[in-house]
Design a protein around this ligand. Structure first.
Ligand code: SF4
Ligand code: SF4
Ligand code: FES
Length: 248
């Protein structure tokens, strides 16, 4: 039954309103594809097309309801009579800092973003987030100076700016969050020793000769090397190592 509904929806055409103008578009399209179907050429507000870059923040409403809905245009399928517009850019506050010279403290957060303390805990940002992030909660963590919680709760943020567009306290939540994640990565998170030792090896030039050889290799040989490359099994064995260990 479900397959049949999906099949029908493929041929169905629905009315949508893009910036107030009515279009009829196939019901199976995402907002992004529907806009292109309607003739829009997306130069801004379109990046990865895969829900990662956050460029395609979109707001919409349906007639007869007060509720503002949000979504990423590349991830949200059109619905009949949605009135939509994209918010590909919303002016943000953005502090400049040298990560080497700041500390993972509440003072750092407040010095860079004093408006942080204007947060009313109204929860509008959480309701505006297409990634279903608890934005208000990460803001509360920021106000407490809890860098770890701020980083953890904001980890999936794609910086679409929809929360910022609706905040009554005029706060740019996602830039505060990225400062939190940078502080966390630099000063709080445990360091991976194997990464540090690998960086040292790279700096010592261990891979230079191999890279030069690859750069001098013809395309066909490169394809063969690529296709014959040993790949870690999907159901990874924890202590798996490739047979070829020259550069490990
Ligand atoms: S919308 Fe603004 S004021 Fe409201 S909880 Fe979020 S950050 Fe705070
Ligand atoms: S926290 Fe804000 S900027 Fe980040 S994904 Fe959610 S709405 Fe977009
Ligand atoms: S285009 Fe990148 S998230 Fe939609």
């Amino acid at each position: 039954m479900e397959a049949k509904i999906k099949e029908n929806r493929k041929d169905e055409v629905v009315p949508i309103f893009i910036m107030g103008k009515r279009y009829e578009v196939p019901a199976s399209l995402t907002i992004q594809k529907a806009m292109e179907h309607a003739g829009y050429q997306l130069i801004r507000g379109c990046g990865c097309r895969g829900g990662i870059c956050g460029a395609c923040g979109t707001v919409y409403r349906f007639p007869g309801t007060y509720k503002i809905e949000v979504g990423l245009a590349c991830q949200t399928v059109v619905q009949p009579n949605m009135y939509l517009t994209q918010i590909p850019f919303f002016p943000a506050t953005k502090s400049a800092y040298d990560i080497e010279k700041i500390k993972p403290t509440i003072e750092t957060l407040v010095k860079n973003y004093p408006e942080l303390l204007r947060c009313l805990q109204c929860n509008t940002c959480t309701k505006s987030c297409p990634m279903e992030i608890e934005v208000m909660d990460y803001m509360a963590a920021a106000m407490r100076g809890d860098i770890e919680r701020l980083a953890e709760l904001s980890f999936d943020c794609v910086m679409c700016g929809l929360c910022t567009s609706r905040c009554p306290a005029e706060i740019c939540q996602y830039n505060i969050a990225i400062l939190g994640r940078r502080l966390y990565a630099k000063y709080v998170a445990l360091k991976a020793e194997h990464v540090a030792s690998m960086v040292k090896e790279i700096e010592k030039g261990r891979y230079e000769q191999m890279l030069r050889q690859l750069m001098d290799t013809d395309e066909e040989t490169l394809k063969t090397l690529y296709n014959e490359w040993e790949i870690e099994p999907e159901q990874g064995v924890e202590d798996w190592v490739p047979k070829e260990k020259t550069y490990l």
